[in-house]
Design a protein around this ligand. Sequence first.
Ligand SMILES: NC(=O)c1ccc[n+]([C@@H]2O[C@H](COP(=O)([O-])OP(=O)(O)OC[C@H]3O[C@@H](n4cnc5c(N)ncnc54)[C@H](O)[C@@H]3O)[C@@H](O)[C@H]2O)c1
Length: 311
Amino acid sequence: MADLNNKKILVTGGAGFIGYHLCNKLSGLTESLTIYDNLSSGKIENVKDVPKATFVKGNILDLKKLCQLSKTDLIYHLAAQVVVPYSMENPLEDFDINAKGTLCVLEKARKDDAKVVFASSAAVYGNPTQLPTPESYGFHPFSCYGLSKVVGEEYCQMYREQYGLDIVITRFANVYGLRCHGVIHDFLDKLSNNPDKLEIIGTGKQSRDFVHVSDVVNALIIVGSKEKANGETYNLGVGKTVSILELAELILTILNLKNRTVVTTTNVSWQGDINTIWFDISKVKKELGWNPKISLEESIKEVIADRKISK
Ligand SMILES: NC(=O)c1ccc[n+]([C@@H]2O[C@H](COP(=O)([O-])OP(=O)(O)OC[C@H]3O[C@@H](n4cnc5c(N)ncnc54)[C@H](O)[C@@H]3O)[C@@H](O)[C@H]2O)c1
């Protein structure tokens, strides 16, 4: 396992979905773990379920508070406004949290000379014409969320070049698993309310690269500990794409509802919605030996068992 045991680690957004899973893993690897989160979407239960961590409730925009935290060696910066439609309705707030907030975290890193692992997104590619999409594709954001993540990435690069900070940028595809939010949970919520009907928002033809949170966490541990990852950008997906209609079919098959549930689509998507997310993950496989292991089917079954939805 990666050597992080002498490192003092700070996780922003550690009370959120991915942050919870990351902190749980990190708590077994380091003696010094601080979770910094304002609980705007994160949950206190997520923090309480992580052993040995210190929790500080705070906003990443509060630079004074961030800098009052004890000196850190490694920062996982996950805190963000993560909802694409919300970013289109509230672009200034989205910019403040995702762009200016990242700058505040980088200032904390500069003060401590800490390494930073930044959580970016497929949204920086927008609607890519190159599929599967490699890291080199470039920025073509399609939503305010995507653009604020681009700005965050650009500040990371600036701090790396000008202040010599060790930075790794990780771009996540669609991350799912226990305690997640998003389309899988939306479908399961709808089906538990009414198993006869499942309405898909959009055409259902939009497709996603679904990656399990434990695979993402393993990658984050690797990039946090390996020097060779410093200065690099990595796509974290599985390198496959599944349409939302196919996802609905898979869930209905697992739940034995295929002959019962009528699937409909609204045909109208939301502003900023991306057609296809399909990552080229050859770089992270080749350079770091990371390989996603958990299948979508396996994980949906895990989520269903956890939610105690009966077949
Ligand atoms: N889940 C995905 O599929 C996905 C995909 C691409 C990128 N990402 C990125 O991964 C990171 C984690 O995402 P997640 O899915 O766990 O989301 P999440 O909403 O569950 O977690 C985000 C956390 O950040 C905290 N936060 C928000 N604003 C804050 C602020 N101003 N100060 C302090 N804390 C604040 C929230 O309370 C929450 O706990 C985000 O940066 C997100 O953009 C996630």
